[in-house]
Design a protein around this ligand. Sequence first.
Ligand SMILES: [Zn+2]
Length: 492
Amino acid sequence: MTRIFIVILFFIAPGLQAQNPQSSHWCGTQDGKVAWLQEYQANPKAFSRSADTLYLPVTIHLVGTASGAGYFGLPDLLDAFCTLNRDFETVNIQFYLEGGISYIPNNTYYNHNFDTGSEMMTAYNVPNTINCYISNSPGENLCGYSAYNLGVALAKSCIQPDDHTWSHELGHFLSLPHPFYGWEGYDHDYGKPAPEQINGNLVERVDGVNCDIAGDGFCDTPPDYLNYRWNCNTLGESIVLQTDPLGVKLKSDGSLIMSYSSDVCSYRFSDEQIAAMQANALTDKAEFLYDQTVRYPVYSGPVVPVFPGEGDTITTFNEIPFVWEPMPEATHYIVEYSINPGFNSAVFQFSTVGNSWVSSKLVKNKTYYWRLRPYNAQHTCEASSDIHSFTTGDQLSTGVEDLIDGLSAVHILPNPVHSGAPLSIRISSERSLELNAILMTSGGNEVALQQWQLNTGLSNLQIDVPALPSGLYVLKLRTAQGQMVRKVLITQ
Ligand SMILES: [Zn+2]
């Protein structure tokens, strides 16, 4: 809502904003024209371009309060990343999510400034990736900033699905200045002609004679002097008329993502901006290009629940495994569940690798609704799935409380286990004894049986699990002294 208000305000009274530069600096990038770009623009033909799509790794840092609140939502993150990659399709650059999401609970960084932001980036950066920090505020009145070869900071309120802030800041990170380069923070009366120079930078003229040395140095981005957030007319141009140093009138091009036009106006990079970003990725970011694997789009389709089954009432409520059939090309899923079928409130969200996840946060005798959002490192645009439901019981899961006298340190690994793969049992025994292991379906049908003679001390046992359908199975360990039960998830 705040953004809509601001846009309207600029529309009505641009002059007011021009006189109040403090509230107009929505991008806080202070790099100026980076040395790499100066070298590039001196001789662009000396730099190569790529016919293939370049894949650049991005490390996501979500910054919350010290108590762990305020993190940008995971589905919102996937939406924002989707917009980012769509904006860069014409650039022939695509970004992918590298590593797991980093969570930083820190009040100072949650609302940071340039100095504390740089301290944060120095502390948390993952080398050779583009480190993006999403927090409540990266500085007063700022939507974000890029610090060249350090990282990018973004306000969570400015990376909604229709926003281009993330693309704008990554444009900076790949060397691009604003098309109004030189005008940042300059207080100008737009009713008067522009001066020849501002702070030692040549002002770009409409006749194009100085386009390669004035403004951003790109000749296919026309002159633009607007250093505050502005709205465009139906032609995508600025409403404010500006005057170049020779007295020629001009309107700014609102389609450029690197301008300060509002998000409804901007959608593109110019050809020369694209060439510069590609050259920057191939030279200054060459070490970032270590993984050029092409991943295919995710197709979600309807969820096929394995456990709990659709509409099931289960007997237990703690440590409930969610298992579903894998979806094509998905390597990760966001699991969302709620007692609210509309997912309007009290929604729990978790990101998981693979097609299962265990919750220890459910309460007894409640109906829960759950859905999935499948994704992989490069493709995050797929929407949330259909919704499934089940009802919890009031019993505690068995398996954690029961113990057999003389046996301790029982670990089942890996869990979940892939169908057909071996399952290990690590167990410590106080004496020599005979141990039986029986693997059963949740309905009680025996699917594997094995027997060992244990010696005193630690043993590493192995059960060969046959090829089985995905689902929840029960492993029963039995000795003359008693038995214990463990749940095992089998996935494909
Ligand atoms: Zn900027």
